[in-house]
Design a protein around this ligand. Sequence first.
Ligand code: CUA
Length: 422
Amino acid sequence: MSSSPGRKLVGRILAGFVVFVITCLFAAMTYEFIWGGSSGHQLTTLAPQGNFSKSIQDLVDPVFALGMVIGVAVIGVVGFIAFRFRDHGTDPDEFPVQLHGKTSFEIGWTALPALILAVVGVFTVLTLIDLNKPAPEALKVEVSGQQWWWGFHYDLNNDGNYQGDGDLTTATELVIPVGRTVELSVTSQDVIHSFWIPALNGKRDAVPGQHHPWKLEANTAGVYRGQCTEFCGLSHANMRMIVRAVPQDEYDAWVANQLKPAKKAEPGSEAAAGEALFKAQLCSSCHLIDGLTNDEVNNPKTGVTHQLQSGVAPNLTHLMTRGTFIGSIQNLYAGDNPDDPSVPADPQDPSIPGNPRTALTGGAIDESLINRPALESWIRNPVGLKPMSPVLDAAGLRRGMPNLGLSEVQIDQLVTYLTTLN
Ligand code: CUA
């Protein structure tokens, strides 16, 4: 039975639409593949900035090119056959010659893809082996995922303990020296997260109770953004992080400053009032500030049972040496655009908002650049900036920062104190 002209038309429109969609997809993929790396996307995987990400790119390039050739060939052949042997609607018995049972064809289209996949497989495994090689000379850092921020523990003295004497702890931003391999030990405090700095390497899952080795290396100084890539609850999308690659001397200065205890507030100052609030209010039950909170009861390094719990929120000892806070979703420094300090920084430009400049190594803070509005609104209404569940749930757990119900005067004092911590 031949189909009606109406159904034929619908079929042609549908076929045309499918061809149009496939062509668009190919065009988009080609565009992203060839030009995506230079188009400034912060999380592009196509602009490697380190040896490890480069080795992944060196694998992806030829495989993608091969895939494009095969894709074009298959679509071309299917399109040709569909056109060449289309139903002319004249002879109901018209039927093309059937090729069923052609042994040479069947061997060919089984063996060729198998061979291609085997070659791709060999190079993939070689790349994976290379990426997973231990690096004994590397800088060792434990990466700890937690709802919804990243903690970094540097084993500076290389004794296998990430939180011993002489080691340092920071959060949200990982500072590394340019050109040096950093060996990460990725873990989680609660649920499964995934650590991913696309410019420097692929992803590695952060699993509670496990320590997964991973490596980073940056060939040029810069700010490289990352994002948790395993769904981990309400603020998964807000669990971001930064790797700040700096020259060796700047890194050494950064380390020297990080090892110092927090600045004491000048007695009688607004900062001193904020410091007192920090201790009196719930801040100090989650956030550690080295040298402020009572070391005897609040030092995870000594293993002493402590009444003031810490490590469940970012260590704030040198808060202002970072460029971002709240899981790296807000800039601490407004930079050149104070009207919209939440605008993410250009990752490649060291002079942009979100960069702490001299504050990175404990130097002077340009107070006019501090993003006070974001700090204040974070304390005023944390859930307003980041979806969380800061109230105790049935399991006795809370996630995220609670609203402490502080007055505007108290918020001012607290922010003034926090902005002295560099
Ligand atoms: Cu952590 Cu998603």
